[in-house]
Design a protein around this ligand. Sequence first.
Ligand code: NAD
Length: 258
Amino acid sequence: MPASVAIVTGAAGDIGRAIARRLSGSHDVVALVDIDEGALAAAAAELGGAPSFVAIACDVTDEDSVRRMAAKVEELGRATTLVNNAGAARAVSLGDTTADIWRQDSALNLEAAFLTFRALEEPLKASQGSLINIASVNGMAVFGHPAYSAAKAGLIHFTKLVAVEYGKFGIRANAVAPGTVRTQAWEARAAANPQVFEEAKRWYALRRIATAEDVANAVHFLSSDQASAITGVCLPVDCGLTAGQAEMARTFSQSDNY
Ligand SMILES: NC(=O)c1ccc[n+]([C@@H]2O[C@H](COP(=O)([O-])OP(=O)(O)OC[C@H]3O[C@@H](n4cnc5c(N)ncnc54)[C@H](O)[C@@H]3O)[C@@H](O)[C@H]2O)c1
């Protein structure tokens, strides 16, 4: 039996590394895919390197680069899990968003998932594998970063499109929507306001923010046989952010129980 391979894009990032580490327990090989070759080499070394972790440099917004990545994955074994985790937000409000930013955010946070899935759909069919797209609570309600958010909303819909069209091949497709996770993506905001994570906690029902490991655990569950009847869903890993707002409930109900 050829080795089972999990592909994680954006694997040099904080959430990507946590997902790669978690999936290594259930896959023979984890293909670490990232555009940043230096960070990718460091991530592969940190995770333990070959044969369990194999770095593949790739720009997931570039069709040729994605095709080359898929060919390298094929040499590693049979793709069973594809995690589209590469993502980033470039402008905080519509007023800051140029046409270029809108296109770049769409390309990275939405179109790239289409490209990687199409490039790997045959091996995923053969393995009756699973697709997991890392969306965001920003794809479910308005929390800023509009171009990114619209793309993440599209990514949640793309997840359902795959679930419905490819279900007959045994392919499952699900999304995970993290709330705030302290990663390098927050560097500029944390530098501008060192209290940003403390301030964020008040909006979360659990009064804490999620960790990269929380996200990785959800991805592991959705990739596993334990989730074999689950497809087309978006699982928030958001400490209750999208469930509702205690402060708002206090105002509307005039009850101090919130
Ligand atoms: N951190 C959060 O609060 C948060 C919240 C919700 C959703 N998310 C999502 O989680 C995912 C991971 O985010 P993170 O916080 O770990 O970010 P990160 O910045 O730590 O990692 C993102 C990785 O993606 C890579 N990347 C960027 N463009 C690429 C491209 N064109 N091709 C290949 N790789 C590329 C980067 O090099 C980086 O290693 C993203 O999709 C993000 O939108 C993060």
